[in-house]
Write a protein that binds this ligand. Sequence first.
Ligand SMILES: Nc1nc2c(ncn2[C@@H]2O[C@H](COP(=O)(O)OP(=O)(O)OP(=O)(O)O)[C@@H](O)[C@H]2O)c(=O)[nH]1
Ligand SMILES: [Mg+2]
Length: 362
Amino acid sequence: MKLALIGFPGCGKTSLFNAVTGSNLPVGQFSNTPSVQMATVRVHDPRMFRLREWYKPKSFVLAHMECEDVTGLIDGKGGQKQVSAEVLGGVRQVDAIVHVVRAFESGAVPHVLDSVDPRRDMAETVNEMLFADLAQCDQRIRKLRPQVVKFSKTQEHDKKELALLERLMAHLEGGKPVSSLALANEDEKKTTAAFQFLTAKPIMTVFNAGESDLGAGGKAEQLEKEYPGSIALCAKLEMELAQLAEDERAVFLQDLGIKEPAAPRLAAMVYKDLGLISFFTVGEDEVRAWTLHRGENAQQAAAKVHTDLAKGFVRAEVFPYADLDAAGGDERAMKAKHALRLEGREYTVKDGEIVHIRANTR
Ligand SMILES: Nc1nc2c(ncn2[C@@H]2O[C@H](COP(=O)(O)OP(=O)(O)OP(=O)(O)O)[C@@H](O)[C@H]2O)c(=O)[nH]1
Ligand SMILES: [Mg+2]
């Protein structure tokens, strides 16, 4: 699971990146040289910390997402906008895009378009991405057109690809993202997926609001209401918060009226948008959280843990976290109360289930 933070220069991407990954990259650089930094966002699921108390494992591993801090997607130098191919190449590999949108007012931080206007910036960024996809589509069409008229082994395939891309081109020119193009079959899906188009990816929004925009009824709350599914926070404060020791953090949070820090909010947004769930494996050796897509089955869950477990899959022992919690974390007491559930490979794993895979691994 890989995310990219994109957005206008100076919108607060690196501040947010530092906040959610605990990194310490310099902010306020306004660097127009393309670069991509990567770090990990740990998913601080409160259930995991209870499991750690109960099992006291030797090893404790939270679920995580890779996060990229991307500079220069939109380069406002000299009023011209340029999309850096190098940077876009990196963004094409990610599973989802997080668009950081500036909402904070600050005389000290200039905006490349001279004013703070979240709605305009959102539209501009989507346009940049549409434009990048269009250029990629166009380039391939130009290559295919002369190719399909000559006989070759791939002629039929090329013709189909060209027809698909021409349809896609018209779609993009109409200002619509790749994700909304109706694809006729698996073949078309595969062909489109291979291009890793930007507008085919899930795009989520984080509004970066100012320090004074956070309270009840403030700009942050208004933006979240206006754009359901988005989150609004103050990246500058969140970054400072992330750099404090844990005990100081709680006091600071309360003082600022922040209910939940940026990392868990970002993780919750991504899990919801992408339809992800967590399942847990527990024991004295290790307590670990794993990420699945909602609807994936026990064998797919086994594959996350180890390919051998998926291959030799026999049964999955499954119980919900809630049952264990109700028994105060005492697995034996819980098992005395509930019949042991053994599920087959097709069983759909639910969020918060504790799964023990029985497999033949010889
Ligand atoms: N007042 C205020 N300043 C902020 C906020 N968030 C970021 N800044 C400031 O804005 C400047 C740019 O922040 P960065 O996090 O470096 O922004 P960026 O998007 O990474 O910028 P580039 O990588 O240069 O595109 C820094 O000086 C930050 O301190 C905020 O919420 N309020
Ligand atoms: Mg930056």
